[in-house]
Design a protein around this ligand. Structure first.
Ligand SMILES: *Cc1c(COP(=O)(O)O)cnc(C)c1O
Length: 427
């Protein structure tokens, strides 16, 4: 078969190819459903662009203060339309997802306020933002306290303790949609809606913020469609569609977005300043492509789940579960397994395929981390990438793939490396 020949040229053994190809064939009906979601989201994005009269001149670079940077302002209106919110802040000056989240938190919390996470520990890099791990300039240093209620062992919300945790200082509730570096289930948008409704029934004025990283366009609705006051994410993940070279977004209630903008720039100036430089075209075009790109990444995640589950590994989500983010966790159980998996992802890349990833101490993480990525945009995790903290249970978190075919090759290559190292038997 011709296809097999091309995989062989890239180093995939015939038995690995056949094992994977059989699974890919079985998944076709499931992939049709993913394509339908992408279609809905594609129409949503096009409509938002049309409604806001996106024009060629919006791609021109703004400079200096960026007053009246119409390309930037229109893009923010497009985001607000896609998320069905009053306003949005979409900027290259937001350096990453953590920065977007920190900007929303610092902008909306004041000394004496309390922040609550009702879904367990937030993403590792937020620990220093909040002050869970002490850090200079954390929310804790500004007298903002933090409370956390873990999910119950079965993954459901601990409503009783959430109710107890909400008090008259609770100003903002942060809900992380994606599992991050944990093996808990990712929250569906509808479950997030139930949680927000519960919180608002106790204290309507509390700001509900969702860390939407990796969740955008996975479903046909977003957290802001089910009551979230703020939705926050990174442009080098889903909504940047692989083209955005930097950036983050904060979409939501006008007052909350404005306070975030006052934090990002300065009180008074807010959204009025911040030149878009030359990135507008990639922000627009990336958003335009994002629904399709996310669907490719999702197919890769489902493909990986099906392969590794059949080989006997625990996978989260499992092979049949519904999807609410693009992350696939595979519990490989050993440091060697994690390292070989990451080598495979690296070896499948269009860029830097010849380098070998190794575990390393990374800022913001409390253990060594191995990261595999051969990306056009440094660190972009909507591009095919895998990372794993080198600590039990030795799970690897795999995500991205600008195209389904690249994700597919990456997963096949990961299996190839595990197979060559004698860590799996094909069954
Ligand atoms: C990626 C991610 C972040 C942080 O984003 P960075 O761009 O890496 O700073 C925060 N929360 C979740 C759930 C993420 O996946």
């Amino acid at each position: 078969m011709e296809l097999e020949k091309y995989y062989t040229q890239l180093g995939i053994k015939p038995e690995v190819f056949q094992y994977c190809q059989n699974i890919a064939d079985e998944l076709k009906p499931r992939f049709d459903m993913i394509d339908e979601i992408a279609e809905v989201n594609q129409l949503k994005v096009i409509r938002a662009m049309q409604n806001n009269h996106v024009s060629d001149y919006h791609f021109n670079p703004g400079t200096g203060y960026g007053y009246n940077d119409d390309g930037r302002d229109t893009l923010e209106k497009v985001y607000a339309d896609v998320f069905h919110t009053e306003d949005a802040l979409v900027r290259p000056h937001i350096t990453c997802g953590t920065h977007a989240l920190a900007t929303a938190l610092f902008g909306n919390l004041r000394p004496g306020d309390e922040l609550l996470s009702p879904v367990g520990k937030p993403y590792d890099t937020l620990e220093e933002v909040i002050g869970i791990r002490p850090s200079a300039g954390s929310l804790a240093e500004y007298g903002i306290t933090y409370r956390q209620v873990d999910l119950l062992p079965d993954g459901s919300f601990d409503y009783e303790n959430i109710k107890k945790a909400i008090n008259d200082r609770t100003k903002l509730v942060t809900i992380q949609r994606s599992k991050g570096y944990q093996t808990r289930p990712t929250l569906s948008v509808s479950r997030i809606g139930e949680l927000i409704a519960f919180i608002k029934s106790i204290r309507p004025e509390v700001i509900c913020m969702v860390d939407n990283c990796y969740g955008e366009f996975v479903e046909t609705i977003e957290p802001t469609d089910v009551g979230a006051d703020l939705c926050v994410g990174s442009l080098i993940k889903n909504p940047g569609g692989g083209l955005a070279p930097i950036g983050g977004y904060i979409a939501g209630r006008k007052d909350c977005v404005e306070r975030a903008a006052y934090r990002l720039t300065t009180p008074g100036l807010g959204k009025e300043v911040g030149a878009s430089l030359g990135v507008n075209r990639s922000f627009y075009q990336g958003l335009f492509l994002a629904p399709q790109v996310v669907s490719g990444a999702l197919k890769g995640a489902i493909f990986a789940a099906n392969i590794y589950e059949r080989l006997g590994f625990e996978v989260v989500p499992d092979s049949t579960q519904s999807r609410h983010d693009i992350i696939q966790a595979v519990v490989l159980g050993t440091p060697e397994g994690v390292i070989e998996f990451c080598k495979g992802i690296q070896a499948a890349a269009p860029v830097d395929a010849h380098v070998v990833p190794e575990p390393w101490a990374m800022p913001g993480y409390d253990s060594d981390v191995i990261m595999a990525a051969g990306a056009f945009i440094q660190g972009s995790s909507i591009e095919l990438s895998a990372d794993a903290p080198i600590k039990p249970p030795y799970s690897v978190y795999f995500q991205g793939g600008i195209t389904w075919y690249h994700s597919k090759l990456g997963i096949m290559m990961s299996l190839e490396k595990l197979y060559e190292a004698g860590l799996v038997t094909l069954k």
